[in-house]
Design a protein around this ligand. Structure first.
Ligand code: RIB
Ligand code: CA
Length: 319
């Protein structure tokens, strides 16, 4: 029986997306079909160039399809980073510190690719992983509603049951495009797993782990070590940086595909997204009240196992 998991990764390549891309492209039990890019950590052109740089660095031929440059509804993003504490623009630098890309993106747009792929025979065998704002996924679902029944499984990094990281209520991926996130959560995809900050913050990667990646010595291991060290040094709103460790949010979604046990305290919730709250815009509202009759549309993990996570990355990055 083929144990390989096929996936498409939709991301807003910043440093933790970069680690996720390399793990997805290199782990022996994963088959990275394609990467789609979306505005998020940095503007779309930067996201796309960063994505191409990462794939070129590791010699991956996975195609890159360019997606949405701004949220579906909101006019104000990318907002000046000063509103988000622009005094540390370096947390996600405009360009990753690896050689410029030599491979162009594919000709199709991300939305056209997602629709065509998931309507094809290969679609129902391919997990969709989203580690950025959900704009591309929402637009594809809006343009072709049949996709909700064709995407077999969506794993997304986003949201929080506890405190957020952009505001006290909202996590970045959801906050950037809350209308897109609400549409995705209400689309009727049968198998949705949310990996929120509660899980990613409970499984940080440490400087000692980076030393171990350096000892592996492959391009992916060295680049991941550098990206994670940068997150530790530049991290301002990430817990643990003062103790030399940092969450690598997006890569945890990829680890889950190979080691489902990496996610813990997983429960089923009725999840929706606040799109109008003054103080709570972008909050993932997770209803688990026993008497609630609202359909439970997602599995949510509230913790993760760092040892399994690190071992997964080690297995992906070794020669
Ligand atoms: O809140 C963390 C998430 O926002 C991660 O996916 C990070 O890359 C940013 O997109
Ligand atoms: Ca991301």
């Amino acid at each position: 029986m083929d144990m390989t998991t096929r996936l498409i990764l939709d991301c807003d390549t910043g440093t933790d997306d970069a680690v996720a891309i390399m793990a997805a492209a290199l782990h022996p039990l994963l088959d990275l079909v394609a990467v789609t890019t979306v505005n998020g950590n940095v503007p779309l052109a930067n996201v796309t160039e960063n994505t191409l740089r990462v794939l070129d660095l590791i010699g991956s031929k996975a195609p890159v399809y360019v997606g949405a440059s701004r949220p579906m509804m909101r006019e104000d993003f990318p907002i000046p980073r000063g509103i988000l504490g622009g005094d540390d623009p370096g947390f996600h630098p405009p360009y990753l510190d690896i050689p410029p890309s030599t491979t162009p993106p594919a000709a199709w747009t991300a939305v056209a690719f997602l629709i065509d792929y998931y309507l094809s025979d290969a679609g129902p065998d391919t997990v969709l992983v989203a580690t950025g704002p959900l704009t591309n996924v929402a637009l594809a679902l809006a343009a072709e509603p049949r996709l909700a029944a064709r995407i077999p499984r969506l794993v997304l990094m986003g949201g929080a049951r506890g405190w957020g990281n952009v505001t006290q209520s909202a996590e970045f991926n959801i906050w950037v495009d809350p209308e897109a996130a609400e549409r995705v959560m209400n689309a009727g995809i049968a198998d949705v797993t949310i990996v929120p900050l509660d899980a990613t913050h409970s499984a940080p990667i440490s400087l000692a782990d980076c030393d171990a990646f350096d000892a592996i010595g492959t391009p992916a291991a060295l680049a991941s070590s550098a990206f994670i060290r940068h997150r530790i040094v530049a991290g301002r709103d990430e817990p643990g940086v003062e103790t030399g460790e940092v969450p690598v949010h997006d890569a945890l979604c990829i680890a889950y595909l190979v080691h489902p046990e990496v996610l813990q305290e997983v429960g089923e919730y009725a999840v929706t997204v606040e799109t109008r709250g003054h103080h709570t815009l972008g909050e993932t509202v997770m209803d688990a009240r026993p008497w609630s009759t609202t359909p439970r549309n997602a599995k949510v993990a509230l913790r993760a196992n760092a040892q399994i996570f690190v071992q997964f990355l080690t297995d992906a990055f070794r020669p």
